[in-house]
Design a protein around this ligand. Sequence first.
Ligand code: HEM
Length: 407
Amino acid sequence: MPFAAESVDFADPEVIALPQPVLDALRDRQPFHWNPSLKGWFATRFEDVRQVLGSPDFSVEKFGPALDRTSGEGRARLEALAKVLGDWIVFMDPPGHTRLRRAMRTGFMPRDMDALTPKVHARVDQLLAPLEGTSRVELKDAFANPLPAMVISDLFGIPEDDIPELKIWADQLGKFVLGGRQTPDRKRRAFEAVQDFTAYLDGLVESHRSNPRPDLTQHLIDHDEDGDRLSHEEIVHSILLCVWAGYETTANLIANGVMALARNPVQAEALARDPSGIPDAVEEFLRFEGAAQTLVRIAKTDTEVAGQPVAKNEKVFVSLFAANHDPDRFELPGRLDTMRQRNRHMGFGHGIHLCLGAPLARLEGRAAFEGLLKRFEGFRIVEEPAWRDELMTRTAAALHLEWRPRR
Ligand code: HEM
């Protein structure tokens, strides 16, 4: 059958439900193509994705060009959003990125993760204990969403009672940042969410200034590198980034991983019998159906990818999902193999923007699967999940499961 890469529409519900066949076909036939519906290039080969993410020829600063294209009331809102999101390291090129990432990095070191481990396990127990008598569950609401929200709040000293409101703001913001095409007024909603979210975090930072506590909010306030300190806005906006980035991605790691296990019950049982395999299994979940599906870069200069000229200011979308299923890189990539070795996937990206929270996400993922497999067995998906129309992430709206308490 003829295949025209140019006509692939990533908003097509069939592609959203099952992206892999389309991404495989693209990688085989036109691994780097201009996609009219995205108005940008689309890369699917592991090596090309790695080249783009590792190259100084590409920028993550996308708000300047977006503002140039926007006018009227929309522009004022976008300007306000850009003021906040422009302080996020994920949308910042060096040298600003280097300075701010250095300040944020200290809270995510191995020793910080060691100190956090018992708290994460306690949160897993707190959420799973009440589910022990159940045989049916909506896993996202009951476990996958609240766990990362609680952990990230613990890290930054955010009171548990405030989490529900934060989650609403984070969702609204996500629909803007991740391109939720089904939400027509997403810019307005994101604008309002950012106003409320930053006002809340202003209060959090102020209360830490008057009453210092040992957490990451305090760490950002106290950061001082040879007299270089972070401004109040940089602190607030960086906490906002971490709360947002650390929440839904990790929830998807848990939900997508449980789905993979439900479809591979023999591997689920093997893991339950030998939990020492869980760290490798988490890496495989990140490769197999990773939470981050696509990233975008903007060419800073005329350059070349896969032998194709890319002009200055053109967008390049890189598919982490396709790269993580590239047969030139992974043996039998379409097969879940929780014991896969040397699994150097790109689920956390690559290059200078490699996920800052990866050690935390790994810690949460491992604790979550340990807790789940210790308590439950016979995972069965009772309703095919509806995937959200978001090119950037792989998010099921809900995960309805049946399971049995493990005896
Ligand atoms: C399974 C969970 C997670 C996945 C799959 C994930 C994925 C990613 C990816 C792919 C990037 C690179 C973005 C780019 O290059 O444009 C990234 C960056 C980032 N992530 Fe994560 N993430 C996860 C969890 C977390 C957590 C728990 C935090 C908590 C703080 C976090 C904080 C960040 C930050 C701050 C950046 C920006 C780093 C930079 O630009 O230097 N992430 N993440």
